[in-house]
Design a binder for this molecule. Structure first.
Ligand SMILES: Nc1ncnc2c1ncn2[C@@H]1O[C@H](COP(=O)(O)OP(=O)(O)OP(=O)(O)O)[C@@H](O)[C@H]1O
Ligand SMILES: [Mg+2]
Length: 344
């Protein structure tokens, strides 16, 4: 997939700017808008969505008029992003896996690291169990004081190929949590150990995405220590707002323990339904995000399509039977991916 940088999106779509603004504002076409000069905006729209707009909105004469491809070449270094929440079942795995895939679609080299011993993202994307063949084995080796190098770590990484893009997975297994907690007794500074592992393969990737368990513990602390950014996934239910406050104090503790400052740059409010009560919770979460200077607040609708795609072990964007729905469902995830990809 390529991303078109459009200086004048209405020309590109060959529709009136009023209609286009409506589509964009309704978030029906995933895009990232950046103010480029005084009163001009640039729209970054992946070509996949251009096809989508053509089909769904009957937009004719959709041609690339600008042709200027976004310049992703000024990449400075690998970015590591952890998805977390202490609350279970909110969609951490769904968002992390689909975000990793969205980056892969944008031609990024992506490694998804499963740090949850439930191994849900491993099973979602790879559709197999990794007992005796996972990140847990790398921790075992570290505890035996064995040398960890790129070749060794790569031997546990699995390439997952989908129809439109591929990404790498460092899978998990049930015993991971126990081994990670046991490592407290072995290492003086245990929370650095995932970072040590990822350092060996970091240069092979543009992005490393980490999925974490729904609990506070060493796995989460290790992930956060290794990360540049953290993204919170939540639902819009009773206790979610309090849960986020608890997570913030947990983050402060982790910052003290690991002597590292953590930037939370996004919140995904997942499983949102059209209801008054959800509106209230979304508003409360958005307020909290402002207080905590979290830049991006995204919502994802509640939809069985997400479960259906997971049952088929494919990313939402490859869920072809309802292409339009798949795109709309993951539009905020792809928007975040575009934003990160453009930041380099
Ligand atoms: N937007 C959504 N609409 C409907 N179902 C969803 C949505 N997002 C996730 N789900 C479903 O909710 C369940 C939990 O999602 P997921 O496994 O991603 O959450 P999690 O936070 O990673 O859970 P855990 O805390 O156990 O790791 C899954 O069955 C998933 O298919
Ligand atoms: Mg999960």
């Amino acid at each position: 997939m390529e991303i078109f940088r459009l200086l004048k999106a209405s020309e590109f779509y060959n529709i009136s700017s009023k209609n286009l603004t409506e589509l964009l504002n309704k978030k029906l076409i995933p895009h990232v808008k950046k103010l480029s000069s005084a009163n001009r905006s640039s729209y970054y729209i992946p070509d996949l969505f251009v096809e989508y707009a053509k089909e769904v909105f009957n937009v004719e004469n959709l041609e690339e008029i600008d042709g200027e491809l976004a310049d992703f070449k000024n990449k400075v270094r690998t970015k590591i992003i952890t998805f977390s929440n202490l609350k279970g079942g909110v969609g951490k795995t769904s968002v992390a896996s689909n975000f990793a895939y969205a980056l892969a679609l944008l031609n990024k080299r992506v490694l998804l690291v499963d740090m949850d011993s439930q191994a849900n993202s491993s099973r979602y994307l790879a559709n197999q169990y990794f007992t005796g063949n996972s990140v847990k084995n790398i921790f075992d080796a570290l505890m035996r004081k064995e040398k960890i190098d790129n070749e060794f770590v790569r031997s546990y990484i699995k390439k997952i190929e989908f129809e439109n893009a591929s990404l790498d997975l460092l899978p998990s297994e049930l015993a991971l949590g126990r081994v990670v907690e046991f490592s407290r007794a072995v290492f003086t500074i245990p929370h650095k150990k995932l970072n040590d592992i990822l350092k060996t393969v970091k240069n092979d990737y543009d992005f490393i995405v980490i999925d974490t368990p729904p609990s506070t513990g060493l796995s989460l602390h290790m992930a956060i220590y290794a990360s540049d950014l953290m993204s919170i996934v939540t639902d819009a239910e009773d206790f979610s707002v309090n849960g986020l406050k608890e997570l913030s104090s947990e983050i402060e503790e982790i910052e003290e323990e690991t002597d590292r400052s953590i930037t939370v740059d996004s919140i995904f409010i997942n499983k949102v339904r059209n209801s008054k009560i959800h509106e209230v919770y979304i508003e409360a979460i958005a307020k909290l995000a402002i207080e905590q200077q979290i830049e991006n607040v995204f919502t994802i609708a509640d939809s069985t399509r997400i479960k259906e795609a997971q049952n088929l072990h494919i990313p939402m964007l490859e869920y072809k039977s309802e292409l339009d729905k798949g795109l709309v469902m993951s539009s905020s995830i792809i928007e975040y991916a575009i934003e990160k990809a453009l930041e380099g």
